[in-house]
Design a protein around this ligand. Structure first.
Ligand code: UD1
Ligand code: UDP
Length: 350
């Protein structure tokens, strides 16, 4: 079968790293990079260190408004789909690259497979929620990572073609953890002691585009008296500069890092404070308490299991959680058995 995969943003490179090589054992894959993320440390680093196959096409769409980005991707993808005539288009997650890949295929009557289907925040103000709902309803194969994702789809009347395969990011962590232990020396390089720092990421549009939310977050981190490592997403860097926000000395701001360094920092952190979807899951995989600076999460099982706490952007809530949040329950198996990519392959084959 000829499978055309569309990726474009950081978390999609990491998901594709777990799936692409497995699909290629039995199928031809055409890999299209939309160019949504393009800085070396937001894109190339992942292809190099995770041995993701080189993209056959790079659309070089770059940054811009949602209409520009999604529209340009649609136009360029149509040309490629016409030329390549794929049997199936595969998309991951909930970015503008996901929606463009799925919408273009659906209009051309090419079946769509959606990896990480069924997630819902029930907050339609999020561009990701719009992207994932639309993508799910355009997809023929919906690979869900969790039971709640399956229920969400059922509640929207989507039952056919839904497969709970587990989470491909769990496959990724299991596969790359050992390599990270061998290759990454970031903990030593930054002079950190194991379990002696908090790892933080911030990039969600609802947090960066609102000065009050971002100010609360930075103030809470500044006043925490904890050593904080913050690999800063370019979106957030731009807004912090625009708003004139300042970091105290306890916060070590670094450029975005590669995946091996990132999971190494996760592995040795005391706690993880984030608004990222992927990082919430990785905190769970690494058995680290996660403090989520959002008003809701799609990864509800991590909260129900007591390993993730939702604090929004209230300064006191963030500070209290940094000081006192400690999971009390043993972890349940939420994300499958680490063989999601193989299960996806089996379903595609059958
Ligand atoms: C996108 C996804 C989001 C995902 C995130 C992962 C959408 C709507 N959002 O958000 O769901 O969680 O990726 O990181 O698809 N920029 C650079 N260099 C880059 C990439 C971006 O400087 O290589 C800057 C630009 O100023 C750009 C901004 O970051 O305008 C935002 O990038 P964009 O891809 O539009 O959205 P993300 O916030 O990265
Ligand atoms: N990540 C990384 N380097 C960083 C920050 C994050 O490799 O500097 C990885 C992280 O380990 C996870 C993924 O990027 O696998 C999450 O992507 P992001 O937070 O950008 O997006 P989201 O998951 O929220 O869509």
């Amino acid at each position: 079968m000829k499978i055309l995969t569309v990726i474009g943003a950081r978390p999609q490179f990491i998901k594709a790293a777990a799936v692409s090589n497995i699909i290629r054992q039995q199928h031809e894959e055409i890999l299209v990079h939309t160019g949504q993320h393009y800085d070396e440390n937001m894109s190339k680093v992942f292809f190099d260190e995770l041995e993701i196959p080189k993209p056959d096409y790079n659309l070089s769409v770059g940054s811009g408004g949602h209409g520009f980005q999604t529209g340009t991707m649609l136009m360029k993808l149509e040309e490629i789909y016409l030329k390549e005539k794929p049997d199936l288009v595969l998309v991951y997650g909930d970015t503008n690259s996901t929606l463009a890949g799925a919408l273009c295929a659906s209009k051309m009557l090419i079946p769509v497979a959606h990896v990480e289907a069924g997630l819902r925040s029930f907050n339609m103000n999020m561009p990701e929620e719009q992207n994932r709902i639309l993508t799910d309803h355009l997809s023929k194969y919906l690979f869900v990572p969790t039971s709640s994702a399956e229920i969400n789809l059922k509640n929207e009347g989507v039952i056919k073609g839904v497969y709970n395969v587990g989470d491909v990011m769990y496959d990724g962590v299991l596969r790359f953890k050992k390599l990270a232990e061998k290759k990454s020396n970031i903990v030593e390089k930054l002079g950190l002691s194991k379990n002696g720092y908090i790892l933080t990421t911030i990039h969600r549009a609802e947090n960066t585009n609102d000065i009050n939310r971002l100010k609360n977050i930075i103030e809470a981190l500044n006043e925490s008296n904890e050593k904080i490592i913050l690999p800063l997403h370019p979106r957030t860097k731009k807004y912090i500069e625009d708003y004139g926000l300042k970091f105290y000395e306890n916060i070590k701001v670094i450029e975005p890092i590669g995946y091996l360094d990132m999971i190494s920092l996760e592995m040795h952190a005391k706690k993880i404070v984030t608004d990222s979807g992927g990082v919430q899951k990785e905190a769970f995989f690494m058995e680290k308490p996660c403090i989520t600076m959002r008003d809701e999460t799609e990864w509800v099982e991590t909260v129900e299991n007591g390993w993730n706490v939702i604090v929004g952007t209230n300064k006191d809530k963030i500070l209290n959680a940094i000081i006192s949040f400690v999971p009390e329950q043993k972890q349940k198996n939420i994300f499958g058995d680490g063989s999601a990519a193989n299960k996806i392959l089996d379903i595609i084959n059958s």
